[in-house]
Design a protein around this ligand. Structure first.
Ligand SMILES: [Zn+2]
Length: 139
């Protein structure tokens, strides 16, 4: 069977879905819901009222980084996306709480992407293997 692909309703990333009812690339996007305001809410379902969005630049950037690192589905990845969405929607936040959010975002981003760069870097990987061999040879 050919791969079935669609664009995520939240971030637009093209992904392969397993179920035909699938609408999002992952649980993080599903939790955040559609990016557009044209939401058709099914009768009986309750969704938190979504505040007017000031943009999705922070979320999009965080999502791109996490996806590139394969971390969008991790606990910290989801937390980072939630923070990013809050910053994007932070019109109502005071200056000081926005600063706090930004600090949290930075810390969460560092944790969520920890080791991702090293793992993706073949030079670093080679260096690590060489060091381990040297250590083993030294006994
Ligand atoms: Zn998505």
């Amino acid at each position: 069977m050919a791969n079935r692909q669609r664009a995520c309703d939240r971030c637009g990333t093209v992904y392969t879905y397993k179920r035909s009812t699938s609408r999002y690339c992952g649980s993080s996007c599903r939790a955040l819901g559609p990016a557009t305001a044209t939401v058709t809410t099914l009768p009986g379902t309750r969704e938190a009222p979504s505040p007017a969005r000031t943009g999705t630049a922070t979320y999009d950037a965080a999502h791109a980084e996490l996806t590139a690192a394969g971390r969008a589905e991790t606990l910290l990845g989801v937390a980072l996306l939630a923070l990013a969405a809050r910053i994007d929607n932070s019109r109502a936040e005071t200056g000081s709480s926005l600063a706090t959010l930004t600090k949290q975002l930075e810390a969460t981003r560092a944790a969520a992407l920890a080791d991702a760069d090293a793992a993706a870097d073949p030079v670093d990987e080679l260096r690590r293997i060489r060091q381990e061999k040297a250590r083993a040879a030294a006994g």
